[in-house]
Design a protein around this ligand. Structure first.
Ligand code: ADP
Ligand code: MG
Ligand code: ZN
Length: 595
């Protein structure tokens, strides 16, 4: 398209140039000096001229083949013409009389206008293409109708969510059938879940399975542009979908425009409001069973405006949770398909060691492993490549260069050894898998545990044991430095406090406070506002109970460490020498873990 235009432009310019050139030639010819009839006859008679062409006032004299002179143009006066012709006839000199062309003089007089017109056309078209570029840029932000190859089989580990959207595929394929008995096919479905759990992927899979175009835009992009653009982008999106129906519209990050109304008003707030209203108008506007289904994604479903969630709008909600251990295994298998592994790799074990990771994390992990294996020149991805990638994804890349004094290294080694030993000898702690004093990200050391599957319920004893493990680091530091300790346990202490607080206030696990909750949470808001529904005296009891739980746990931790101190020392020394201890070496240092 663009290339064609440029060629056309060049053709025009070349043509124009040729015209001007010819016109100037013509003009030159017209400016020839007038010569007498005698002169022309003389030239003709001497044989220097082969032919004479008379055209209006100008005479073209073409020299014979033998002559060295050039074609000459001369002019004669009107009055001299009849005489010239008479003499030429008399003396048998061949000549030709032509009617002077009207074309060139006309072109010459029109030339300025032609030039002007060409320049104008050129300008207009370049301005046009610029604005077309700009609108194309805006449009490309939300990729317009796109055919996707994603299938439900690409979305692993979230079977329930897939089941929930499966019937959308039949709706899209046969919208009329479902309306036959007066049923209303859903217009909007909200996909809710943490980032990276596959919301976009699932939406694409619905379009892919149904074989309909996928038309997507991100709400945060709608509002980050100029005022008024958000609403018009929404209009475009829906217009495009109607053109392609049946189709899927996917609006990512809908919370960027769909927050609860109210609160402070600002410029960007206005823009959001307009964009949100446009979405509502469009959703109400398209006919039922028209074959357009809007999928929207958010990771904060609780902040959405009620107006969006009303019947006829996003009245279906599909939750995409963090995958559990079986889900993670399934996701790993999907992304392992195009990769080569050697026989040291067990994806089931990897799934167990990646608790809390999303589908996106797992995909990144396998990718990192593949890159690392390639870098090392391995023929296939090995268990140790995966190990490296997992550590990198969990904790960020190793900070090899960070300079730790021997004193700090030793503190970190005892801290981690403390965690590892308490976990090893405390019944309800997950088994330790790997201990390391290689600094990563913001932490200086790591004790990794291998969760035994996800626990939907936790007992009081399990929670208390968890506290014991969390205190392992601090208790070991305290013991080795005869009472002094560092800030290195701040994270452990924060987590322990949170667990103890919830035991008392949410789970009714306090000794003397009964089976009740304390503090009414306003659910759904990102910052949980707590309303106090108890007396000051009770507040005092709560604080005391939290304190008691934590102190007791810490006492137990210290007992475990005292009992097994020789192993703490052995492990810490090993860590200082070897940096990372895992597997058989761990068993060698700590002994078999008691059942
Ligand atoms: P979200 O939209 O929820 O933030 P995405 O759909 O963009 O997450 O996921 C990013 C990538 O992570 C996907 O392209 C896919 O490669 C991978 N992924 C996420 N969840 C899954 C899953 N359940 N199954 C397979 N791959 C997944
Ligand atoms: Mg996404
Ligand atoms: Zn710690």
């Amino acid at each position: 398209m663009q290339a064609k235009k440029t060629i056309l432009l060049w053709l025009l310019l070349t043509g124009l140039f040729l015209l001007i050139w010819r016109a100037t030639m013509e003009a030159n010819r017209n400016e020839q000096t007038e010569v007498g009839v005698g002169e022309i006859v003389r030239l003709a008679e001497t044989g220097e001229v082969k032919s004479v062409v008379i055209e209006g006032n100008s005479v073209t004299l073409t020299p014979g083949a033998t002559s060295a002179s050039h074609v000459r143009y001369v002019a004669i006066a009107d009055s001299a013409k009849p005489e010239l012709i008479r003499i030429l006839v008399e003396r048998h000199i061949p000549f030709e009389e032509r009617v002077p062309s009207q074309f060139m003089p006309m072109v010459i007089s029109m030339l300025p206008w032609v030039v002007l017109a060409i320049v104008l056309v050129f300008f207009m078209s370049s301005i046009g293409s610029q604005s077309r570029n700009a609108s194309a840029q805006i449009k490309s932000k939300s990729k317009m109708a796109e055919n996707v190859a994603t299938r439900f089989s690409d979305v692993a580990g979230v079977d329930e969510a897939v089941e929930e959207v499966r019937d959308l595929v039949s709706f899209l394929k046969r919208p009329k059938d479902f309306g036959r008995l007066g049923g209303r096919v859903p217009k909007g479905v909200l996909l809710a879940g943490p980032p990276g759990t596959g919301k976009t992927l699932l939406a694409r899979a619905v379009a892919g399975e149904a074989g309909v175009p996928f038309i997507s835009g991100s709400a945060s992009e709608f509002v980050e542009m100029f005022v008024g653009v958000g609403a018009s982008r929404v209009r475009d999106l829906f217009a495009e979908a109607r053109r392609h129906a049946p189709a899927i519209i996917f609006i990512d990050e809908i919370d960027a425009v769909g927050r609860k109304r109210g609160g402070v008003s600002s410029g960007s707030h206005e823009e959001r409001q307009q964009t949100l209203n446009q979405i509502l108008v469009e959703m109400d506007g398209f006919a039922e069973n028209s074959g357009v289904i809007v999928l929207a994604a958010t990771n904060q479903p609780e902040v959405l405006d009620g107006a969006l969630l009303r019947a006829g709008r996003f009245d279906r909600r599909v939750y995409m949770p963090l995958p559990d251990v079986r889900g993670r295994e399934a996701i790993l298998k999907v992304h392992a398909k195009n990769k080569k592994f050697d026989d040291t790799v067990d994806l089931t074990i990897l799934a167990r060691g990646t608790a809390g990771m999303t589908g996106a994390d797992l995909e990144m992990l396998l990718n990192e492993a593949a890159l690392y294996a390639a870098k090392l020149g391995h023929p296939a991805i090995s268990g140790s490549d995966l190990e490296y990638a997992r550590d990198k994804v969990i904790a960020g890349p190793e900070r090899k260069s960070s300079l730790l004094t021997p004193r700090i290294k030793s503190v970190v080694a005892y801290h981690e050894a403390g965690h590892a030993v308490t976990a090893w000898f405390t019944k309800n702690c997950d088994p330790v898998y790997k201990v390391s004093v290689v600094p990563r990200g913001s932490s200086l050391g790591h004790t990794q545990i291998l969760p035994q599957g996800d626990r939907p319920l936790k007992s009081r004893n399990q929670l208390l044991d968890e506290l014991v493990c969390l205190f392992g680091g601090r208790a070991a530091e305290k013991k080795v430095a005869s009472g002094d300790f560092t800030t290195g346990a701040s994270d452990d202490i924060e987590r322990a406090t949170a667990i103890a607080r919830r035991m008392v206030t949410d789970w009714g696990m306090a000794e003397n406070l009964g089976q009740r909750t304390f503090g009414e949470k306003e659910h759904g808001i990102v910052f949980e506002n707590e309303r106090r529904d108890y007396s000051d005296a009770t507040a005092d009891l709560i604080d005391k109970e939290i304190r008691r739980i934590l102190d007791q746990a810490f006492g137990r931790t210290e007992n475990v460490l005292t009992e097994h101190w020789d192993r703490v020392v052995a492990l810490a020394e090993a860590l200082l020498a070897e940096e990372t201890v895992d597997g058989a070496r761990l068993v060698q240092l700590l002994g078999e873990r008691p059942e």
